[in-house]
Design a protein around this ligand. Structure first.
Ligand SMILES: Cc1cc2nc3c(=O)[nH]c(=O)nc-3n(C[C@H](O)[C@H](O)[C@H](O)COP(=O)(O)O)c2cc1C
Ligand code: SF4
Length: 425
């Protein structure tokens, strides 16, 4: 099979339907015979596409070194981030590529079981994955058994410790992990959790090798990645791009507003990026000095007519509702942050006090939850106060801001205030 030299890689499939196993093998070739190799994975430099960009080979090595029978690989296809649609797009095209990667990872870490997790509230994805898993079972998967699991949807259900806790017959709640790295377990069995897109890249690395993977991207952020672009765009869309291309070029391909005010990078727990920096490469080491990151592969475009404070307030309120309410700083702190943002956006008399409280609350909440959910909100709010500093000053001075009262929203906050269903391309 010929290795693709440019994008699309993991999205290769123009049929508009998920490939069956035989179509998949025709398109990509079968997984190569022979033992899966951690060295090949290491050489690729692949980092996780679920949000934290942790080196995939390093995680696999850690689980491989654990003793214990019945290890698991968990495919995280929960895609809880509301502005993300990349894993759904991927699974709608190449579900078997995701399963190939999971099978390869299982071979590396010595796991016999692959648990594929997708939200039960997404029946189309459940259907695609169910069919793919059945096909694997029928046609054999080299000593690895696949099982589909369908936790109920909530934002924090996709957090890896919540997912593993749920698979271990408990509630889907994030678990407190005092030391990192922390080995997650189902019963006594060590578990490797990888995002669905990460697995799909592994499926290609297994076939074409680490050097091939590095032909796209940058030395520190190799390969391609999926990006969900929404907000002020002609139509929300998912693109596969080589890492390291300018952010502006991604916006152009997505048909975004050519002169935006800012973009939200990484998702609801991400950070705002000022439009002056749109020529920055889309890669973590280039984005980090600007306080931003690739995160869960989400870009939301804010036009000049929008209010960044009001958008941030909507997201923060939604995130506060999604807290698992196990930890005080998260359960009480996030609603308080959302309330202060609302005052800053809309209450000219209370804006200054709200701004001062916001700065204090961010400091008090940071690093204090069992999971990174509250830290994501703190990052988002701090970036908003910095990127929209001039608007914040106007709000504090009581200058009227018509955009903050506009009913046109760009952050696509679901259920609470959503105007219309997003239709993804
Ligand atoms: C609140 C929260 C929600 C998360 N939701 C998801 C999710 O829906 N899907 C996902 O793949 N990772 C999610 N993650 C990241 C996972 O915890 C984990 O890092 C990831 O699945 C690891 O895979 P990777 O190394 O392939 O990125 C979430 C993290 C947090 C803190
Ligand atoms: S930090 Fe928040 S979301 Fe995370 S476990 Fe605690 S209460 Fe739940």
């Amino acid at each position: 099979m010929i290795a693709p030299e440019s994008v699309p890689r993991v999205l290769r499939n123009a049929s508009g339907r998920p490939l069956t196993l035989s179509q998949h093998e025709e398109c990509f070739g079968p997984l190569p015979p022979g033992a899966p190799s951690l060295d090949v994975l290491e050489a690729s430099g692949l980092t996780g596409r679920g949000g934290a960009a942790f080196p995939t080979a390093k995680k696999a090595r850690l689980i491989r070194e654990q003793r214990g029978h019945g290890k698991f690989v968990v495919v995280n296809a929960m895609e809880g981030e509301p502005a993300a649609h990349k894993d759904r797009t991927l699974i709608s095209a190449n579900p078997h590529l995701v399963l190939d990667g999971a099978q390869y990872l299982a071979g590396i870490v010595g796991a016999r079981h692959v648990a594929v997790c997708v939200s039960r509230d997404d029946p189309i994805m459940v259907n695609h994955l169910q069919r793919a898993v059945h096909e694997r079972d029928r046609h054999g998967a080299r000593g690895v058994s696949f099982e589909l699991h369908t936790p109920p949807w909530r934002y924090v259900a996709g957090e890896e410790s919540a997912l593993v806790h749920w698979l271990d017959d408990n509630e889907s709640l994030p678990q407190y992990r005092p030391r990192r790295p922390h080995i997650l377990r189902i019963g006594h069995a060590p578990v490797l959790v990888d995002n669905a897109e990460t697995c799909a890249h592994v499926g290609l690395i297994a076939r074409y090798g680490g050097d091939w993977f590095r032909r796209l991207g940058t030395p520190t952020s190799p390969g391609s990645a999926l990006v969900s672009v929404s907000g002020a765009v002609a139509r929300p869309t998912v693109l596969e791009i080589p890492l390291g291309v300018p952010v502006r070029s991604i916006l152009e391909r997505a048909g975004a507003d050519p002169d935006p005010q800012a973009v939200l990078m990484g998702g609801y727990g991400g950070a705002w990026l000022d439009a002056r920096h749109l020529d920055v490469p889309y890669a973590n080491d280039a984005l980090a000095p600007l306080g931003s990151s690739v995160g869960a592969g989400v870009i939301i475009v804010l036009p000049r007519s929008g209010c960044g404070i009001a958008e941030t307030q909507r997201i923060a309120r939604w995130m506060a509702n999604e807290s698992a309410r196990q930890c005080g700083p998260c359960a009480f702190g996030l609603p308080a942050i959302a309330e202060d943002l609302a005052r800053l956006a809309l209450d000219s008399r209370g804006a200054r006090a709200a701004y001062e409280r916001l700065v204090d609350r961010c400091g008090a909440i940071e690093g204090r939850g069992a999971c990174r959910h509250p830290d994501g909100v703190v990052r988002l709010v701090r970036s908003a106060l910095a990127v929209f500093a001039e608007h914040v000053e106007d709000h504090v001075q009581g200058v009227a801001c018509p955009a903050s009262r506009s009913t046109r929203h760009y952050s696509a906050v679901p259920s609470l205030e959503r105007e219309e269903e997003l239709i993804w391309e």
